[in-house]
Design a protein around this ligand. Structure first.
Ligand SMILES: Nc1nc2c(ncn2[C@@H]2O[C@H](COP(=O)(O)OP(=O)(O)OP(=O)(O)O)[C@@H](O)[C@H]2O)c(=O)[nH]1
Ligand SMILES: [Zn+2]
Length: 231
């Protein structure tokens, strides 16, 4: 972040997002940080929502709730402060020529829908075909987590995970499948529990070679550990 004092920052950022004038060199995440309201403002917004729900934010049981909700938001949306490309930079080359598919199956996914800010709960399956270098497998799950901890639609989440792995590792191919239940469809609105949304993004060999794609699909459905009934 450029070295700017608070008064300059205030001058550059007004509460009206239409009139934001942020320096061009800032990354989107940095621009978000500059425009971020104070913790007190965030807690006041929660109090307003509690009153909107019809309750009294000053009653005993709710006095601590704005603080708790703000802390929960910090956890749910911690992905804005993290750079998923950095996670993938540490790779290993001593693989004795391993060049088959690497698949991380059934990665628990917890995100929030950008339309209703309610949970999206499901699983991600992430595979890539190494090009000499491999990455620590936990890093694939970390990339999923960083993008999931932002407001999302499932299509964008799927594409962001695949594109990042592809751009940084430059493997022979990347495949990402996400299966998830959207609580905006299960607990409100159309109320359809049990409905799962499935999205996929295939790049490189997974897109061009039907056999590679079939192998991936067979692997993620083989011994598939049962359903999303617990979401
Ligand atoms: N494509 C896509 N749609 C989503 C996702 N998450 C939620 N939605 C949908 O986004 C849409 C928003 O529609 P709107 O009509 O603007 O909102 P709404 O009046 O609350 O709609 P209902 O949910 O039908 O009550 C809904 O159809 C949601 O089901 C997602 O990840 N991808
Ligand atoms: Zn929604």
């Amino acid at each position: 972040m450029p070295d700017r004092d608070q008064s300059e920052r205030n001058a550059a950022v007004s509460n009206d997002s239409a009139s934001l004038t942020l320096p061009k060199e800032l990354l989107p995440a940095q621009a978000h940080r500059l425009a971020k309201p104070s913790r007190e403002e965030a807690e006041e917004a929660v109090r307003t929502l509690l009153r909107w729900a019809g309750d009294d934010p000053d009653r005993e049981g709710l006095v601590g709730t704005p603080d708790r909700v703000v802390r929960a938001y910090e956890e749910f949306f911690s992905g804005y402060d993290l750079d998923p490309t950095e996670i993938l930079h540490r790779t290993f080359e001593e693989t004795d020529g391993y060049d088959e598919m690497v698949l991380l199956r059934d990665i628990r996914l917890e995100s929030h829908c950008e339309h209703h800010v309610v949970p999206i709960i499901g699983k991600a399956h992430v595979a890539y075909l190494p090009n000499r270098r491999v990455v620590g497998i936990s890093k694939l799950a970390r990339v999923v987590e960083i993008y999931a901890r932002r407001l999302q639609i499932q299509e964008k989440l799927t594409a962001q995970i695949a594109n990042t792995i592809n751009d940084v590792l430059q493997p022979k191919g990347v495949a990402v499948v996400i299966e998830a239940a959207h609580q905006c469809m299960t607990t409100r609105g159309i109320h359809k529990p049990g409905v799962t949304m499935v999205t996929s993004r295939m790049l490189g060999a997974f897109r061009d070679d039907p056999a590679t794609r079939r192998e991936f699909m067979a692997l993620i459905h083989n011994q598939h550990s049962g359903g999303l009934s617990n979401v």
